[in-house]
Write a protein that binds this ligand. Structure first.
Ligand SMILES: [Mg+2]
Length: 271
């Protein structure tokens, strides 16, 4: 796998975000999340045209070459079928819940080419996320249905943090990509509010920080309920969000085109 995707100068994103995770689960989750990222980042036609580069990444995961006639989407289906099998092997008792969540995400999130007019609509869409399911699976925590309901606002706020943090830091890379489906709040805010790029980025940073405050507040309420599972879940989420923000601010993937001054500013924003 391409190291630049996973590593920043201060470490591997999955080691930073899931330090307490079960090792083999975190490793498999990392593969799956990477595959979701690749799928998310590529316009469909371009993905087909750049098939050889993508295949190289997938071969690195231990898969064989796709049939010559297979399109990108059918190849991705093959890969995710294999992931389902490997999740179930690692966790026969509860793996099905994670598999179902990933399938739902692929169908609802990646299955649409909708272009969003407002940041509000876009954030609702971007809250569709597997991050809470991966977190629980990686940490081997199983929330009860009641606990899951109690966490719903907390998960929604944290999903907003994940999305907007990614948008803020990845925009420098994504703005240079040709894409047929914009998945970043910065250009949406520019258009919706008639803002310069710099001011739209400031708005997105502010919304991310606002969602961080909300996540923190809701997390404190959950921690005070006395359940060990809820406490672990909240602490795991806080570490994951903090790690993701720190890594995003430092990783070459998002920061390769920045000058040192700009990089310093992003780094400071993550602290
Ligand atoms: Mg992004």
């Amino acid at each position: 796998m391409e190291e630049a995707i996973l590593f920043g100068p201060y470490g591997n994103v999955y080691a930073i975000t899931y330090p307490e995770g079960v090792e083999e689960r975190v490793m498999l989750a990392a593969e799956i999340i990477e595959a979701l990222w690749i799928y998310d980042a590529l316009p469909f036609q371009e993905a087909i045209e750049e098939h050889s580069a993508i295949n190289e990444l997938f071969y690195g995961l231990g898969h064989s070459a796709p049939p010559p006639t297979a399109g990108m989407r059918s190849w991705i289906k093959v890969i995710f079928q294999d992931y389902s099998r490997r999740i179930m092997e690692l966790d026969p008792q509860h793996g099905a819940a994670l598999v179902a969540k990933i399938r739902k995400y692929i169908t609802e999130y990646d299955g649409t080419n909708v272009l969003f007019e407002t940041v509000e609509d876009y954030i609702e869409f971007r809250k569709l996320n597997c991050h809470g399911s991966f977190l629980q699976w990686n940490l081997n925590i199983r929330l009860t249905p009641d606990e899951t309901r109690l966490c719903s606002d907390f998960y929604a706020a944290s999903a907003t943090v994940m999305a907007l943090t990614n948008d803020y830091f990845s925009w420098n890379m994504e703005k240079h990509e040709a894409t047929d489906r914009v998945r970043n709040a910065v250009p949406i805010a520019m258009k919706q509010y008639n803002l310069s790029e710099k001011r739209a980025k400031a708005i997105v940073k502010g919304l991310a920080m606002d969602a961080e405050n909300e996540t923190r507040r809701l997390g404190l309420d959950l921690r005070n309920m006395g359940s060990e599972r809820l406490r672990k879940n909240v602490e795991g989420m806080e570490v994951m969000l903090g790690g993701n923000c720190f890594w995003s601010a430092c990783c070459p993937r998002y920061n390769a085109t920045m000058g040192s001054e700009e990089r310093e500013g992003c780094f400071a924003a993550s602290m």
